[in-house]
Ligand binder design. Structure first.
Ligand SMILES: [Fe+2]
Length: 215
């Protein structure tokens, strides 16, 4: 079903990758999230099912592991939507980053989990968001290597601003589970040297977003 309130896009759950694995993962996630009293509790309780998804090398087709030359992230980075909820309060997507490419410094504006499915990345977490002011240089709070099977939580506002770069010779693929429709919301990219904050919508390589009705 489509409606004007969604810009003509479906207002039901979208299983872009409609497989038993994705359906049972989403069902398990919803069962866990529903009684959780906080994002911190939700991400903690989700660890086993998310870990299991990362360890399963059968479920993600090759097309969702491919770079995208003209992408919203730049650098050939592909953001492939796999699932999003009717309420746009849950999404599952793959982020494909070619060797040597890096995302802009960016936020997500929702809690979630990010894990490595293929390759290796370096993640730099910045002090930004609620505590930082526009025009202030951003400092790196944490820099870490994320290997296949590793994952970490996003918990705004403190743990929400980062950049990832592929450090493996193979393209990296990370799996994202977030509590919003991350590719379609207006969020922010940051210039870490000047602190300049810019509106940013990454989009998805394989699904449209509703027309922008204001930022
Ligand atoms: Fe990110």
């Amino acid at each position: 079903m489509c409606g004007p309130e969604t810009g003509g896009l479906p207002d039901t759950d979208e299983y872009v990758l409609d497989t038993p694995t994705v359906r049972s993962f989403v069902a398990a996630v919803r069962k866990i999230i529903s009684p959780a009293r906080s994002p911190e509790e939700a991400v903690e309780e989700l660890r086993p099912v998310f870990s299991e998804l990362l360890a399963n090398d059968q479920w993600l087709p090759e097309e969702y592991r491919s770079p995208v030359p003209e992408s919203g992230m730049g650098g050939g980075i592909g953001q492939w939507l796999l699932f999003r909820s009717a309420e746009r309060d849950l999404s599952l997507f793959a982020l494909v980053v070619p060797p040597g490419a890096a995302t802009p410094v960016h936020d997500h504006l929702a809690w979630g989990l990010v894990g490595l499915y293929r390759g290796e990345q370096e993640e730099s977490v910045y002090d930004a968001g609620a505590d930082a002011g526009e025009g202030q240089e951003l400092s790196v709070r944490l820099r870490r290597t994320v290997e296949q099977g590793d994952f970490y939580p996003l918990l705004p506002p403190r743990d929400d601003v980062h950049r990832v770069r592929t450090t493996s010779s193979e393209t990296s693929v990370s799996i994202h589970l977030l509590a919003n429709d991350t590719g379609c919301i207006w969020r922010h990219s940051y210039d870490p040297e000047t602190g300049t904050i810019s509106p940013f919508r990454s989009g998805y390589a394989n699904r449209p977003c509703a027309p922008d009705d204001g930022r």
